[in-house]
Design a protein around this ligand. Structure first.
Ligand code: SF4
Length: 441
């Protein structure tokens, strides 16, 4: 009688980038005949993919490792926190192995060592798109690792290294596999999507009978040829980004840009050492919008960075008012162990951070509501993510999964819409967080 396949439990913490790493590791393990266990008890061994971006994430990761050890006992750790193994082994000396981020081979090697595969690899047992943890109809497409910037609040470059882009043919092949497996939306991610290919000196790769440079705009254009929605995340407002706006106007790439601006005061941006800190972003946004009025911009900000004065904060609020961004997240600055910002003078007291955060959120909420309300009465295409109690939970071009709002489609036929397919709707109302709609007749 054949013994059962070895089972690996998987805990994936952190950002979408970490999720892509988890998916790649799972793809490989599945390819080798491992099964993915649904619980700690059912697993022969557990892999914890950690996050180490901010201190809260470090604690969450350490707790998750502790839980896996308590419930299963055999734990391999990978991910960003794995770049600082001493932090993990000091608290959890019983872990079997610690590997850093993107160390797919090492993780798989450690699994082999502690839980040998039962069978020879049956590559063809694996669906060609790999095992994804996201719903079937959207997928993250990671185009590079690491980052060449040195923002003072961030330790990613010290953990993940400098920018290392994947050659364009590899990225396009992965995108085609995903599309062929039913993916309707590709979410392009990296630490700095606009810098894609700089480390490769934009080397061209053979693609069919053409040569295509590994460059941001070329990648966006080629992805736009494939059919699924293409959504660009983590883009910086460099001049060369202007060239994707026509691709958006032509409908090849979603009219959506996720740009982590982080602040509006040039002095604070410089203190933060943000990429493109000298760029006149308001002017750039104005130009993009005049070319493409339907452009959605989402962003994140930090309030209370060391040295931020009331004046800087007011500049940020004025900037926000002018920029009229659609979706915004805001963090109160908190020191991250190992970040250069810790050495800066003039920390902002917690109660002022809190007060600024509330003022910021109030200001932005008004703007977001205004932007959403302006969509009422419009026809739009949405992608259905789920059906709940007869209501279709969908997203428009302006909504990235998990971070933006949703469009709730009600009324005749809504509950029967197929999940993972597009539908055309008419927007009937707006709330603070999302839209209400009915099927377009
Ligand atoms: S751009 Fe700045 S914040 Fe983003 S990963 Fe690079 S160093 Fe960190």
């Amino acid at each position: 009688m054949a013994s059962r396949n070895p089972r690996v439990g998987f805990v994936s913490l952190g950002c979408p980038k970490a999720l892509v790493d988890s998916e790649r590791i799972l793809t490989q393990l599945r390819a080798e005949g491992y099964e993915v266990a649904p619980s700690y008890e059912a697993a022969d061994l557990v892999v914890v993919n950690t996050c180490g971006f901010i201190d809260d994430a470090v604690h969450e990761s350490l707790d998750a490792i502790g839980e896996a050890l308590a419930q299963n006992g055999r734990v391999i750790v990978t991910g960003c926190l794995g770049a600082r193994p001493e932090k993990i082994t000091a608290r959890h000396p019983a872990v079997l192995k610690v590997t850093g981020p993107h160390a797919y081979e090492e993780v798989v090697g450690a699994v082999h060592e502690h839980l040998p595969p039962q069978h020879d690899p049956f590559m063809d047992l694996v669906p060609p798109q790999g095992i994804r943890l996201t719903p079937r109809h959207y997928a993250y497409l990671k185009i590079s690792e690491g980052c060449n910037h040195r923002c003072r609040f961030c330790i990613i470059p010290s953990m993940c290294g400098d920018l290392a882009s994947r050659p364009i043919d590899q990225v396009l092949n992965e995108a085609i596999r995903l599309r062929n497996a039913g993916v309707r939306e590709l979410l392009v991610i990296s630490q700095d999507t606009s810098a894609y290919g700089a480390d490769l000196k934009y080397r061209a790769e053979q693609w069919g009978n053409r040569e295509i440079p590994s460059r941001f705009v070329d990648l966006a254009r080629e992805l736009g040829e494939l059919g699924p929605w293409v959504r660009l995340h983590y883009v910086y407002p460099y001049p060369h980004v202007d060239a994707v706006i026509p691709l958006m106007a032509e409908g090849r790439v979603l009219p959506y840009l996720d740009i982590p601006f982080q602040h509006g005061s040039p002095r604070i941006l410089k203190l933060m050492r943000r990429p493109a800190h000298a760029v006149n972003t308001l002017e750039r946004i104005r130009r993009w919008r005049s070319e493409l009025p339907q452009l959605t911009i989402r962003s994140t900000f930090i309030v209370g960075f060391p040295g931020e004065t009331e004046d800087d904060f007011r500049i940020l609020l004025d900037w926000l008012e002018e920029a009229e961004l659609d979706r915004v997240g805001c963090f109160r600055y908190s020191p991250v162990e190992g970040a250069a910002a810790n050495a800066l003078p003039d920390p902002v007291p917690d109660e002022i951070k809190e007060e600024r955060w509330h003022r910021f959120m109030q200001a932005q909420q008004k703007i977001s509501s205004r932007r959403l309300a302006s969509r009422v009465g419009r026809h739009m295409r949405v992608l259905v993510d789920a059906i709940e109690d007869g209501v279709a939970i969908a997203r428009s071009e302006a909504d990235a999964p998990e971070i933006d709002g949703v469009v709730r489609v009600r009324g005749r036929g809504a509950g029967k819409l197929p999940v993972g397919e597009f539908a055309d709707v008419l927007v009937t109302g707006a709330s603070e967080y999302g839209l209400e709609a009915k099927l377009a007749s």
